[in-house]
Design a protein around this ligand. Structure first.
Ligand SMILES: Nc1nc2c(ncn2[C@@H]2O[C@H](COP(=O)(O)OP(=O)(O)OP(=O)(O)O)[C@@H](O)[C@H]2O)c(=O)[nH]1
Ligand SMILES: [Mg+2]
Length: 325
């Protein structure tokens, strides 16, 4: 039995192995994903993002507890784009979520960046699919707020939570515009600390000033003390209200479509990059790099040349009657 069938049969170790294969960008993992794909699209996906140390993992752990009490199964994808450099952070996540590690209805998986950023977005979508196909009701995706990965992942979730802390009041100013627009629930965590009221006032003033489209649900603001499991119900309530809004307004279908578009674009990018790396055993890419270094071409012309070869190759496959993919 292939990994995908084992995953569908509820084999947790097969799921872990398949996610590792996806992370490694192994070609056989893509074929396995083809079999899982028809079984996806049911889970509710919640993104939890924010600055390092804001309390994302502690909050995620609390949310796991909440959803489990409601008898819902939970998947967690914890992503740290900087872990390759700093190390250690993911270990912290495992420790913090350990109280659920023996619960069969909870599946927690950390992803680290090994290569380029796009690979991480693809691996994240892959891990979400695996957990979705496993039948998880809710999937929580934890990411450290940083740049493009965050924006892509935010676009891939149904409800986006941003975790702020009172001691870092400038975070709002520093947040990328694309993220601010996409936030559905603001959490002020560490509400036991000084500065909470000010941050809340700033945040609410900002939300009032921000023009929302007619009929749009304004972003919620929730105070939590994650280490004391305080505010968890309010946070879960805000998530559920947002979910109801998405369903009743038809926005859910729009987000799902956006997610599908992102995945398609990631897949195309992956195909093209793989193709380029394999051309003449990698020599073709190096040849073009040489020409660039020597100033004999420019990136756009080199890219056009590669795209031309890709088109030629695909036509060749078609005329030989293969789909090749
Ligand atoms: N005072 C206080 N500390 C908290 C609270 N919530 C979390 N912490 C502490 O903040 C630290 C970071 O918590 P994490 O949950 O690991 O934060 P994170 O955002 O997941 O961190 P990274 O994944 O490393 O970015 C830990 O030492 C927590 O115990 C809170 O409500 N109040
Ligand atoms: Mg964490």
């Amino acid at each position: 039995m292939g990994l995908a069938n084992k995953v569908l049969a509820g084999d947790v170790r097969a799921a872990a192995r398949l996610i590792s294969r996806i992370e490694d960008e192994a070609p056989d993992a893509l074929a396995e994903m083809d079999s899982l794909y028809p079984h996806t699209g049911r889970a509710y996906i919640v993104g939890v993002t924010g600055a390092p140390g804001a309390g994302k993992s502690t909050l995620t752990d609390n949310l796991i507890g909440f959803f489990r009490k409601k008898n819902m199964s939970v998947g967690v994808v914890a992503i740290d784009p900087t872990s390759a450099l700093t190390g250690g952070a993911l270990l912290g996540d495992r420790v913090r979520m350990q109280r659920h590690s023996t619960d069969r209805e909870v599946f927690i998986r950390s992803l680290a960046t090994r290569g380029w950023v796009g690979g991480l977005a693809r691996a994240t979508i892959g891990a979400i699919h695996v957990m979705d196909a496993m039948g998880k009701d809710v999937i929580l995706v934890e990411t450290v707020g940083s740049g493009q990965v965050e924006i892509d992942i935010v676009r891939a979730t149904d409800t986006t939570i941003v975790v702020l802390t009172p001691s870092a009041g400038d975070e709002i100013q520093m947040m990328k515009a694309g993220i601010l627009e996409a936030v559905d629930v603001f959490v002020i965590n560490k509400a036991d600390k000084e500065g909470t009221d000010r941050l809340r006032a700033d945040l609410e003033a900002m939300l009032v000033a921000k023009a929302r489209r007619p009929g749009e649900l304004p972003a919620a603001v929730v105070l939590t003390e994650a280490i004391h499991d305080k505010g968890t119900e309010e946070l879960a309530g805000a998530i559920m209200r947002h979910r109801e809004f998405l369903v009743s307004s038809g926005e859910m279908a729009i987000r799902q479509r956006e997610r599908i578009r992102l995945e398609l674009l990631e897949t195309i990018e992956g195909f093209v990059k793989d193709f380029v790396h394999q051309l003449d055993g990698g020599d073709y890419l190096e040849k073009l790099v040489d020409e660039l270094v020597q100033g004999r071409t420019n990136p756009r012309r080199a890219a056009m040349e590669i795209t031309g070869r890709l088109a030629g190759e695909l036509n060749g496959l078609k005329s030989r009657g293969k789909d090749g993919l």
